[in-house]
Structure formats: C-alpha cells, structure tokens
Design a protein around this ligand. Structure first.
Ligand code: NAP
Length: 254
C-alpha cells in the first residue's frame, strides 16, 4: 500500500463534502482548512480567535472555492448545551457533516509532574479532550447523515508513548487515542463513520516553537507539507479504515 504521507489527492477529492476543522485559524488547522477547501470541501472554520478565522475565510474566498463558514467556539468555557446548539445550527445550515478534523489544542506546561499547576492541568484536559469529546458526542447524529463520514483526532508521539515532563498534554492525547478507539468500535457496524488518530509529527508552528524554543524552525516541514495524510484520511480512499493510528510524516532515518 502507498504510504499515506505520499498520498496524492485528486483536485476534486472532497467535492461537495462538508468538513469541520477545529483550531482552523492557525498552524496545522489553518493549512488543513485551506487544503480541504482547495480540494472542493465546504469548510466550517472553528476556533477561538475570530480575526484569525476571518483571515482564513478570506483566503478561501480568494481561491474562488466553496464559501466557508465560521463557527467561533472556545473549548475552555463551552458547556454541553453549547455543543447541542452547535449541532442544531450546523444541521439547519448543512443537514449533515462529512468530516471532522479535531486539531485544536494547547501545550500547557513542560515540567516535572510534582510541580505541574493543577488548574493548568484541568485547562489542558478541558481544551484538548473534554470539550472536543462533548462536541463529538453532539455531532454523531450529523455525521450519521453522511454516506461517508471521517473523523480525525489529532494525536502526538507523546500520546502514544509517555515522555517525561509532557504532563497533561501527553495524557490528553492518550485520552484522544482512547476516544478514537471507543468511537470507532461503537460506530463501525452501525454507521458510515470512520474514526482514526493522526500524529502530525514535528511541524513548523507556534506550538512547536513554544515546546522547543532552541530549535531552528526552518529545519521542520511547514504545515502545508504534511497534508497528504490529512487528505487521505478525510477523503473516500480511506473508506472502511477505522480505529487506527496514523503518522503524517515518514519515520526519520537513523
Ligand atoms: P497551534 O499553531 O498552536 O494551533 C493550535 C490551534 O488550536 C489554534 O488555531 C488555536 O487557536 C486553537 N485553539 C487553542 N486553544 C483553543 C480553544 N480553547 N478553543 C478553540 N481553539 C483553540 O498548534 P499546531 O502546532 O498547529 O497544533 C495543531 C495540533 O497538532 C494540536 O492538536 C497539536 O497538539 C498537534 N501536534 C502538533 C505538533 C507540531 O509539531 N506542531 C506535533 C504533534 C502534535 P488560536 O490561534 O486562536 O490560539
């Protein structure tokens, strides 16, 4: 099988699909939203900073692609009812969802467990895991309206093997891996929804620069360079693939 990091997506891969991207205003989420729109999708741009979402909206308009939508939401404060309202509003506007890329997240502290600020721990778990879980619970009914729906949850290498000092961030990614497996198993035989996790690997973004301040950003791929895996998992070529873990970059040669 062709490696997903060298997948070549046709120009109309996502034609007529409605896809929600969380954290669409910056970094990898911004690149994925633009890439999905370029491949024909109607993209719902979700995030907490409206000016950033508006800038992505304008970029998609300038491409002459399907008009996107903006959905402002902060995972830190949003409650159960906010996600129910979100599902209602998306149902009224689109009637279904063909895909969700859950990409938003924060790093928290990189510090020994003993000194980890407990309030920050809760904040990281809320933004990276609890909020997105409530969102997905609310969106399952909309995904069930699609003939071919894909959910991608963004993981990390530290969400698959724990590493010292990565604290709540690592635990939140392990939790997303668990959610992906539970959802995939529950939905496998009763719906057209597939659910997988994707580890972007080291990518040139603000989050990466915060985690590794001494690293030369130019030594890392830009978000646009890691999109083939995001296309493969979102498009019809991954139909039937569910409950699996993927990497967006080839393993580094020793
Ligand atoms: P980034 O540039 O910091 O982007 C994160 C996005 O999440 C931003 O759009 C941000 O919005 C949004 N976000 C943060 N808190 C939010 C909240 N409370 N509510 C709604 N949206 C929120 O980071 P990135 O590097 O692109 O990371 C994207 C994903 O890849 C994350 O899940 C990260 O854990 C994962 N990842 C990244 C790397 C890497 O090397 N870059 C490696 C492994 C995994 P604002 O811009 O408004 O803050």
């Amino acid at each position: 099988m062709q490696a997903i990091y060298s997948y070549q997506a046709p120009d109309d891969l996502l034609k007529d699909r409605v896809i929600l991207v969380t954290g669409a205003g910056d970094g990898i989420g911004r690149a994925a939203a633009l890439g999905y729109a370029a491949k024909g999708a109607t993209v719902i741009l979700l995030g907490r900073t409206i000016s950033k979402l508006e800038a992505v909206y304008d970029e998609i308009e300038a491409l002459g692609k399907a008009e996107p939508a903006i959905y402002p939401l902060n995972f830190e404060g949003a409650q159960w009812q906010d996600y129910q309202d979100m599902a209602d509003r998306l149902y009224e506007a689109f009637g279904r969802l063909d895909g969700v890329l859950h990409n938003a997240g924060i790093l928290g502290q990189i510090t020994p467990l003993q000194g980890y600020n407990p309030e920050l721990w809760k904040q990281v778990m809320q933004i990276n895991f609890n909020g997105p879980t409530m969102m997905l619970q609310a969106l399952i009914a909309l995904l069930q309206q699609s003939e071919d729906a894909s959910v991608i949850l963004t993981s990390s290498s530290v969400g698959r093997k724990g590493r010292a000092f990565w604290g709540a961030y690592a635990c939140s990614k392990f939790a997303l891996e668990g959610l992906s497996q539970v959802m995939a198993d529950e939905l496998q035989n009763i719906s057209n929804i597939r659910v997988n996790t994707l580890n972007p690997g080291a990518t040139r973004t603000q989050m990466r620069a915060k985690a590794y301040p001494a690293e030369n950003p130019e030594s890392l791929p830009a978000p646009e360079a890691i999109l083939p895996a995001y296309f493969y998992l979102m498009g019809p070529d991954s139909k039937g693939v569910t409950g699996q873990q993927f990497d967006a970059q080839a393993p580094k040669k020793a």
